[in-house]
Design a protein around this ligand. Structure first.
Ligand code: RAM
Length: 895
């Protein structure tokens, strides 16, 4: 029997999401991945067909001969609102075999005119009624916050619906219930946007929750980013966005007989103060169970019916994605319990409290570290109280979990309970749901711990938007942090939709004169002009996303903003040295050795201009491509004239100066070897060590590697003295620190004014773990993982492996050196090809699948250097073996 292995499309996505509800864009991107197929078999053509829920065909792409395609843009008849569309992709491979797969997406309101609901809230005068304190009751520090609000609307419906959808958002945060059952699993919804520009809504399938007869649609709303404490401004954010939370919802019910009903927020709703006395992202949350049930229901107050800012969310929400059991629970001398979850993370504690009496208070404080006395350390949280409070009602045993706050912590201190056991506590991990896409492992447990800490930094800081930190009164979408960490983030997880959403905020925050900001979403008072490396994220992020996901939409959506940014910098710096309009110029932020500001700025000016030119070229906009390409060449020339000596020395003579110049390709060819030589000297003189800040840190290993010094990159990875990646890990870190010296043996903690223990920027080395150590990388000119470069860097390791779920399918590498032999396994997804570099004492003796590499199917020898064989491979799984006994570590000399 002959088994024909055909390609299988899988992982179908619409707008980079799986089966999304509520797509609002007229032409969403439809994509698929491929698996299977015989070695060398590749896709040749595809055909996508879309039909509406009633069976009408709305689009047929026809057979498109494009072996590179993994994404198409919908091009059919205009989509109708609140409609499910089924789509079907057919892929024909190079053998003529056809395989297919199906998926669906559902449209949302498709614009403001689809809505009828009003924004509603509680009569706030009823909130000021203060309950008389009960006897002996302590004053509650409510931070000036108001209670969360309950809203509800009873309704009856004749029959079980064939379909019901809830379209909902809040100015604030919402949680919905239908028939007493929580709707969906989104946390902190609708998420953070600049609510003055846009408010995202979510859509839920509630078909099974609507019952024939009596139903109640209910909500709780809280301040969140809309009206709570946000950022490091100690004011409540009335000054940022709004002053009190409001709800907007529409429940659309369809029956078998073709009738429809809409339950929308309006003055027919009822509201009440909830038992949540206050809930705030920075301060924490207080549940007063004496106020359950909530008390008098009042008619809702209608605020307005403005639908102009509503847009369907393009990202997956924050979800509770993991649970952690405590590593230990210790009773302190003062009777409080100290809980160690063993991992710094963002989320909250779920606690079972027993033996409570009415009015008893249980208080949970959160912190990332312990002080020298072994007590909870919270100084570095600044004004974030990060304290949750439970006030007992009639029940003696209660499960308490806050709903509208989150904290960045590893430790929790619980007071008010005589007994507390590990089984009573759960760490609930919250983050934006970005499907994990990568994995890395190697023979050095320290490096594996580093890899895990980097991943936890990503989880803890991808909370609705990419934040700098999850614990203190900041948690802002700093642009540079996101930009430098992006390459690592993309390898760890599928962040396409997440960053697509955030880029709407980056563009929304851009000033009319073209200046990007330093943080997005924009906040009044914090939105100063983008600094070099910060504002540039508006260019670097879309470009990198295009490279990773192969979706030109990232460029099309952002090119206008990219051009406006470059024009802005250019307009104010016609001499091409970026020294004016530099915002707060953070330079190479937190670098042990600072780099001159003009060097940093001008390097970024060149980079942004160059990438804008390339983006224009991809989009076929040749006029812009040429204009920005020429400008980039002039800036590079200016950079060299102004900052680079004839001996290749760059002004400032710092690691970051050389890293930026080399990574951004700013130097004339003749000066590159000199610059590399000097960079190597500086790294060696430092220990070897790293002395960069945020802007240089992600570049150091890739640049050293690209210029023949992978050995030195490995040495940096192994270093354990500060500044290094392993120093924090040797000092108990489970996430990446904001500062190289967040804690030191000599001094203890860094100044509490700015010392986060969960900041991902310095974790940008993660990219090189995949690409260098495991050797899993995309070729420089490629997009969407069409061309790969597999070139492992062995260092002193004995094995390493990585897998990555790319837009084209699974990419994997695994290498070992054992018993004097070297083995490398490679998986190349259908439609991709790879250049594989195999370290070997005798390149001519390399074998693949047991036969000489030159004879192996799908393998073409490209050439060899001493110690390395280079070959080209087509899609499929390969196993190369080589002997390098006599020249161990030849790989280290390979350039
Ligand atoms: C601090 C944080 C943040 C950084 C800014 C410039 O607020 O370290 O990560 O981007 O400074």
């Amino acid at each position: 029997m002959v088994v024909i292995v055909v390609l299988e499309p899988y992982g179908l996505r619409c707008g980079h999401r799986v089966e999304p509800l509520g797509v609002d864009e007229p032409a969403p991107a439809l994509s698929w991945r491929l698996s299977g197929g015989r070695r060398g078999v590749a896709p040749a053509a595809h055909r996508v067909r879309v039909r509406a829920q009633d069976g009408t065909h709305v689009w047929d792409s026809g057979l498109v001969t494009d072996p590179a395609a993994v994404t198409v843009t919908y091009g059919g008849t205009p989509l109708r609102p609140r409609t499910r569309y089924h789509w079907h992709v057919e892929v024909t491979d190079t053998d003529g075999e056809v395989a297919e797969a199906e998926s669906w997406f559902e449209t949302g309101m498709l614009g403001p005119s689809g809505w009828t609901a009003s924004w509603i809230t509680h009569d706030r005068s009823a909130l000021t009624v203060v309950d008389a304190p009960e006897e002996g009751e302590l004053a509650l520090a409510d931070h000036g916050l108001e209670p969360a609000i309950r809203l509800r609307r009873p309704f009856t419906t004749a029959s079980a619906p064939t379909r019901a959808r809830l379209y909902v958002t809040a100015r604030g945060l919402y949680e919905m219930e239908l028939g007493g059952v929580r709707v969906g699993d989104a946390e902190l919804a609708p998420g953070w946007t600049d609510y003055r520009d846009r408010i995202d809504y979510q859509v839920y399938d509630v078909t099974t929750l609507v019952r024939p007869g009596e139903n109640v649609l209910a909500a709780t709303i809280a301040d969140g980013w809309w009206s709570g404490f946000v950022g490091f401004d100690p004011r409540r954010s009335g000054a940022h966005y709004g002053t009190f939370p409001q709800l907007l919802a529409e429940l659309h019910i369809e029956h078998a007989d073709g009738t429809t009903e809409v339950i929308a927020t309006d003055d027919g709703w009822q509201t009440a103060r909830s038992p949540v006395r206050y809930a705030d992202l920075l301060m924490g949350e207080c549940h007063d169970l004496r106020r359950e049930p909530p008390g008098d229901w009042l008619p809702a107050q209608v605020i307005d019916a403005d639908h102009s800012l509503l847009t369907a969310s393009v990202t997956e929400p924050v979800r509770a994605l993991q649970e952690l059991a405590p590593r230990s629970v210790t009773r302190q001398a003062d009777g409080k319990h100290l809980v160690d979850f063993g991992q710094n993370f963002a989320g909250r504690v779920r606690l079972t409290a027993r033996g409570l009496t009415r009015g008893a208070r249980v208080v949970i404080r959160h912190g990332e570290a312990l002080d020298s006395g072994g007590l909870l350390y919270t100084d570095n949280l600044r004004t974030a109280a990060a304290t949750d409070v439970l006030i007992a009602g009639e029940d003696a045993d209660v499960i308490f979990e806050p709903r509208f706050t989150y904290h960045g912590f590893r430790y929790a201190e619980v007071s008010g309970l005589a007994e507390l056991e590990a089984a009573d506590l759960t760490g609930v991990v919250l983050h934006s749901d970005t499907p994990w896409a990568g994995d890395f492992a190697c023979s050095d447990p320290d490096v594996e711990r580093l890899y895990r800490a980097i991943g936890w930094g990503q989880r803890g800081n991808f909370v609705s938007v990419p934040t700098d930190c999850p614990q203190r009164d900041e948690r802002l979408g700093w642009l540079a942090d996101a930009q430098v960490f992006l390459p690592t983030a993309c390898l760890n997880a599928d962040v396409a939709a997440f960053f697509r959403g955030w880029l709407r905020e980056v563009r929304g925050a851009q000033a009319p004169d073209g200046a990007f900001t330093n943080v997005a979403p924009r906040l009044a008072g914090v939105a100063d002009e983008g600094a070099p490396g910060w504002g540039d994220a508006g260019v670097l992020v879309p470009w990198h996303l295009y490279r990773v996901y192969g979706d030109e939409g990232f460029l099309a959506d952002n090119l206008g903003a990219m051009c406006a940014w470059v024009d802005f910098v250019h307009r104010h710096n016609p001499d091409l040295v970026w020294s004016r309009r530099v915002g707060p110029h953070f330079a190479d932020w937190l670098a042990p050795t600072p780099t001159p500001r003009d060097v940093v700025a001008t390097a970024y000016f060149a980079r942004s201009t160059e990438l804008t030119a390339r983006a224009a070229e991809v989009l076929g906009r040749s006029e812009e491509a040429e204009r920005y390409g020429t400008l980039a060449a002039h800036i590079r020339k200016t950079f060299t004239e102004r900052f680079v000596g004839a001996d290749g020395r760059i002004e400032g003579d710092t690691q970051t100066a050389y890293l930026l110049a080399l990574a951004f390709d700013l130097l004339p060819a003749a000066l590159i070897p000199r610059a590399v030589e000097r960079l190597v000297e500086l790294v060696e003189q430092a220990g070897p060590g790293v002395t960069t800040g945020f802007l240089g840190v992600g570049l150091i290993a890739p640049v050293l590697d690209a210029h023949g010094h992978a050995d030195l990159a490995h040495a940096l990875l192994r270093r354990t003295d500060p500044p290094s990646w392993l120093y924090p890990l040797r000092h108990g870190a489970t996430t990446i620190w904001e500062r190289w010296d967040g804690y030191s043996d000599e001094r203890g903690f860094q100044a509490a004014a700015m010392n986060s223990f969960n900041h991902y920027a310095l974790g940008s080395i993660g990219e090189w773990l995949y690409e260098g150590v495991a050797g899993l990388a995309q070729a420089p000119g490629s997009a969407g993982y069409r061309e790969l470069v597999i070139r492992p860097r062995l260092g002193e390791l004995t094995w390493a492996r990585a897998t990555y779920e790319s837009v084209r399918g699974t990419v994997a590498t695994a290498w070992t050196r054992e018993d004097g032999g070297f083995a490398l396994e490679v998986t190349v997804p259908p439609g991709a090809t790879a250049t594989v570099h195999i370290p070997a004492a005798d390149p001519a003796a390399v074998r693949e699948g047991g036969v000489p590499a030159a004879e192996a199917a799908g393998v073409r020898i490209l050439g060899s250097e001493p110690g390395t064989l280079r070959c080209h491979v087509t899609s499929g799984d390969y196993r190369f073996t080589a002997d390098y006994r006599r020249t161990a570590d030849l790989n280290e000399e390979d350039t």
